[in-house]
Design a protein around this ligand. Structure first.
Ligand code: FES
Length: 125
């Protein structure tokens, strides 16, 4: 059984994209992104969406981190809660289905393909 994939979404982020203006209230863009992901996630998805407060990627928000035991971890940034939630869910599913966490470039959804901030090696025992 593959390791559970966790999609950590920073709920305290503000978007780095000054063209995003759909947020007319005080709700954080990261919380809006989290809500969109939870709302659109398929019930059979093998990805757990986990809210977190700050991934130390504040200047490149909105931010998220993907990880699973034994797999490469990834931090993504410059995400737009208005347009990226579908691509993020597709990316998380592809990540969950991978053996090592590496989703080949051409298989990454185009909308978030260039949003990788960092990748972190897996812990090996
Ligand atoms: S507030 Fe989101 S990464 Fe710091």
């Amino acid at each position: 059984m593959p390791a559970k994939t966790r999609l950590h979404v920073c709920i305290t982020c503000r978007t780095s994209d000054s063209t995003v203006n759909g947020n007319q209230n005080d709700a954080r863009d990261g919380k809006i992104l989290l809500d969109a992901l939870v709302k659109n996630q398929k019930s059979s998805a093998d990805v757990e969406i986990v809210p977190v407060e700050c991934l130390s990627n504040c200047k490149s928000g909105c931010s998220l981190a993907l990880n699973a035991a034994g797999k490469w971890g990834y931090v993504y940034g410059h995400l737009n809660p208005d347009v990226h939630h579908e691509d993020i869910l597709k990316l998380a599913t592809a990540y969950a289905q991978s053996d090592d966490g590496i989703v080949p470039w051409r298989e990454r959804p185009e909308g978030v393909r260039r949003n990788v901030i960092a990748r972190i090696p897996p812990i090996r025992s």
